[in-house]
Design a protein around this ligand. Structure first.
Ligand code: AP5
Ligand code: ZN
Length: 214
């Protein structure tokens, strides 16, 4: 199954991705995670991406398309994949479709997770992420058993540098202006499903499974 997770920053894409990849045994491809890994390792790609990410702007299309399509050539993507945070512009979506068509593949389903702006701000400003395993927490709604420590692996929890109030607000603006047009793009293709992301974690996952099948 070839899937795309669409939705504004904080909609719960990463949170649901963890569950989806386990249920359907497909790899999770998050362009944001790929960039953060490169930033941590200090690569040239990381340095370039960081300039944009810190401001909440999109990394240039050409760079993202190259990274995502290269990753899709990996052996583990042969029988399906879950794209999280890509595509994010109509140009990226067109290039992805061209790439998949050239490999006799297509996007099977786009899961569009919607959440109100105020809730997105609250979620992102309170988000904490594990430095070691990437597990996600929230200081109020999903706190770890011990403050600052990951329940899963004991790693240190940190706040993403783009989870500040000003950057979050810009990321939401950028989503509305540059990524929202993808809803029309996939509606025309007839492969989009709308998911209410405001429901609790388990309810959101149940809605996703209802769309994808058991
Ligand atoms: P990326 O890493 O993709 O970030 P994002 O899209 O902004 O999404 P987030 O990871 O912030 O949110 P999420 O939806 O995964 O929410 P989460 O599950 O963590 O991109 C970062 C940057 O990289 C971009 O700004 C851009 O610069 C660059 N980039 C990446 N891809 C690009 C591309 N294709 N083109 C150009 N540039 C690109 O949940 C958030 C919080 O809410 C957590 O605390 C969680 O615990 C909580 N939560 C989740 N679900 C629920 C629920 N149902 N109820 C209550 N709380 C919940
Ligand atoms: Zn951890």
């Amino acid at each position: 199954m070839n899937l795309i997770l669409l939705g504004p920053p904080g909609a719960g894409k990463g949170t649901q991705a963890t569950r989806i990849i386990e249920r359907y045994s497909i790899p999770h491809i998050s362009t944001g995670d790929i960039f953060r890994k490169n930033i941590k390792e200090g690569t040239a790609l990381g340095k370039k991406a960081q300039e944009y990410m810190n401001k909440g702007e999109l990394v240039p299309d050409d760079l993202v398309i190259e990274i995502a399509t290269t990753r899709l050539l990996d052996e583990d993507c042969k029988d399906g994949f879950l794209l999280d945070g890509f595509p994010r512009t109509v140009h990226q979506a067109e290039k992805l479709d061209e790439f998949l068509a050239a490999h006799n593949k297509k996007v099977d389903k786009v899961l569009d997770i919607a959440v109100e702006k105020e809730e997105l701000m609250t979620r992102l400003i309170g988000r904490r992420v594990c430095r070691s395993c990437g597990a996600t927490y929230h200081v109020v709604s999903m706190p770890p058993a011990k403050e600052g420590v990951c329940d899963v692996c004991g790693g240190e929890l940190y706040q993403r540098s783009d989870d500040t109030e000003a950057t979050v607000a810009n990321r939401i603006e950028v989503y509305n202006s540059q990524t929202m047009p993808l809803v029309d793009y996939y509606t025309e293709k007839g492969n989009i499903a709308h998911i209410d992301g405001a429901a609790g974690l388990e309810n959101v996952f149940t809605a996703i499974v209802n769309v994808l099948g058991e």
